[in-house]
Structure formats: structure tokens, C-alpha cells
Design a protein around this ligand. Structure first.
Ligand code: C2E
Ligand code: MG
Ligand code: MG
Ligand code: MG
Length: 272
């Protein structure tokens, strides 16, 4: 991105935040045991009148570099906690997961702030999960103190895109994670690559040994669903289950999915 393009993106993003133009879509994670909805991951969306729709992978790094990320994180938290309350009032008691930039975790008082926000909205802290990806410049181990504070408060911590980048087994052992999300690249290649299957299985085993939940990301086909189930994953997320959707669609999706799940397993039997 040119300097000029970046400056423009930044100023439009600032405006979008101020004007409440950003919004969240939500993608369910379901249990591979019985297909029940266990978590919902919030994914930010931005449609700019000038720039069109801009992907988070493009604007999050810009927000990080220019001091806008904390505002974005706080906006995200407020949004998903309020959304959780709406869903609960609708009879959906699930956990909500927010992707969080490691930069926002550098403030030691952040866990207190999050706890206060949960309390103000009457959201139990154990209904909140923070998803972290390890960046090249930000070894998560540096955030040990902050992460521990979150855990003491009951907030869940997921390591995202596990197996790519700099994520290491040591971090899995030392940091207080509750969930490992196995990167979608392994899932994508699982059917044709024995190595990928081995990695998924090993990470799931390791997660269980360490007392963590193993989630398979990016599941798009019935075959992949069957595979990650056989390989021992606990939760599944991906376009097959549902693409990210509007908050108001979750209730209807859940009802349809309840009926679809046993049929997915029927197909599984046929495929075997
Ligand atoms: P992520 O947290 O690993 O999210 C998964 C990405 O994969 C999402 O892309 C999602 O839409 C996409 N995805 C889900 N299921 C499938 C599938 O079956 N197949 C394929 N090919 N893709 C699938 P998205 O929404 O573009 O987000 C990209 C990344 O941007 C996220 O990766 C996350 O790291 C970051 N991000 C998204 N929303 C936020 C946010 O509110 N705050 C922060 N700090 N980062 C965010
Ligand atoms: Mg994520
Ligand atoms: Mg991921
Ligand atoms: Mg990612």
C-alpha cells in the first residue's frame, strides 16, 4: 500500500469508527460431539463509501500502526457484550469470542477494564473469549502477566491460527490458554495430506493433554468435518457450519442447523 493510500485508509477508518459505521458479523463454532452451538466469533466488517468493502486483514494492521487499535478493540468489546445480552434475552446462552490485537494487551489495566465492562452489562466473564494471533513482532510470552489476569477473572483465551507463524509449543504450555484454534491451512489440505492429518491429530492430543479445547477452523466440506472429528477436535467452525452472519440471523440458523446436523452425520456414514 502506498503512503498516500494508507493515510486515506486511516482517515476513513477513523471516521468510520466515529460514525459507528463498522459492524460485526458472527460465525458459530459448534461441538463436534453433538452439533450444539458453543461459541460465536465476532468478525469486524467495514464498507467504506469511498474505498468499498475493506478486509480486516488490510485495515487492522493500519489501525495497529497508527494508534487506533485500542479504540477498535473497545468498540468491539462493547459491541459483542451488548450483542451477548440481546442473544441471552432471546434464549441463546453462548460464549462470544473477540479477536484481539496483542498490542491492546500491552496495557496491564486492560483486564480490569474488560471485567468492569462485563459487570456493567451483566455478562458473566466466562462467556467471553479473547482470540489472539501471534504476530511476528509480538511474542505472546511477553503478555504473560496480562493473560494471567484475564484467566483469573474467568475470561477465556484462545490461540488463533495455531501452527502458523511463530506460535510455539512452549507458549501453549506456559501461557494460560483455554482453546487452541488449528489453522485452516491444515484443514484445507487434510484430505490429501497425511502430514496435515497428523498435525491436526497431534495438536488436538496435545491440547487435551494440556487441558485445552481444540477447535478446527475453516471447515468447508463434509469430508473435512468427518476428518477433524476423527482426528479428535472438539469444536468446528467454517463455511460448512455457517459463513459469518448478521447477529439477527443466529436464532434462525440455530434452529435450521439442529435439523441439519444429524443429516450431516448420515452423509458421513455414506461416505465411509
Ligand atoms: P481469524 O480470527 O483467524 O478469522 C478467520 C477468518 O477466516 C475470517 O476472515 C473468516 O471470515 C474466515 N473463514 C471462516 N470460515 C472459513 C472457511 O470455512 N473457509 C475460509 N476460506 N475462510 C473462512 P476475516 O473475517 O476476513 O478475518 C480475517 C482476520 O482478521 C481474522 O482471522 C482476525 O485475525 C482478524 N480480525 C477479524 N475481526 C477482527 C476484530 O474485530 N478485531 C481484530 N483485532 N482482528 C480481527
Ligand atoms: Mg479468530
Ligand atoms: Mg484463525
Ligand atoms: Mg487469522
Amino acid at each position: 500500500m502506498s503512503r498516500r493510500a494508507e493515510a486515506r485508509l486511516l482517515s476513513n477508518l477513523e471516521q468510520a469508527l466515529a460514525d459507528q459505521k463498522l459492524y460485526m458479523l458472527y460465525q458459530p463454532k459448534v461441538s463436534l460431539r453433538d452439533g450444539t452451538l458453543t461459541r460465536v466469533e465476532a468478525l469486524v466488517r467495514w464498507e467504506d463509501s469511498e474505498l468499498g468493502s475493506v478486509e480486516p486483514s488490510r485495515f487492522i494492521p493500519v489501525a495497529e500502526q497508527h494508534g487506533l487499535i485500542d479504540d477498535l478493540t473497545l468498540w468491539g468489546l462493547r459491541t459483542i457484550l451488548r450483542q451477548w445480552v440481546d442473544w441471552r434475552d432471546d434464549g441463546i446462552d453462548t460464549c462470544v469470542a473477540l479477536n484481539i490485537s496483542a498490542l491492546s494487551l500491552e496495557h496491564l489495566d486492560f483486564p480490569d477494564l474488560v471485567e468492569r465492562m462485563c459487570r456493567a452489562l451483566d455478562v458473566p466473564t466466562d462467556r467471553l473469549v479473547l482470540e489472539l494471533t501471534e504476530g511476528a513482532t509480538q511474542p505472546l510470552i511477553k503478555l504473560m502477566d496480562t493473560l494471567t489476569r484475564f484467566r483469573i477473572k474467568g475470561i477465556g483465551l484462545a490461540i488463533d491460527d495455531f501452527g502458523t507463524g511463530y506460535s510455539s509449543l512452549m507458549q501453549l504450555r506456559q501461557l494460560p490458554f483455554t482453546e487452541v484454534k488449528i489453522d485452516q491451512s491444515f484443514v484445507r489440505d487434510a484430505a490429501r495430506s497425511r502430514d496435515c492429518r497428523l498435525i491436526i491429530q497431534s495438536v488436538a492430543d496435545l491440547a487435551h493433554g494440556l487441558g485445552l479445547i481444540a477447535t478446527a477452523e475453516g471447515v468447508e466440506t463434509i469430508d473435512q468435518l468427518r476428518l477433524v472429528r476423527e482426528l479428535g477436535c472438539d469444536l468446528v467452525q467454517g463455511f460448512l457450519i455457517s459463513p459469518p452472519m448478521e447477529a439477527s440471523s443466529l436464532q434462525g440458523w440455530r434452529q435450521r442447523f439442529r435439523k441439519a446436523w444429524p443429516r450431516m452425520l448420515e452423509e458421513e456414514k455414506l461416505a465411509l
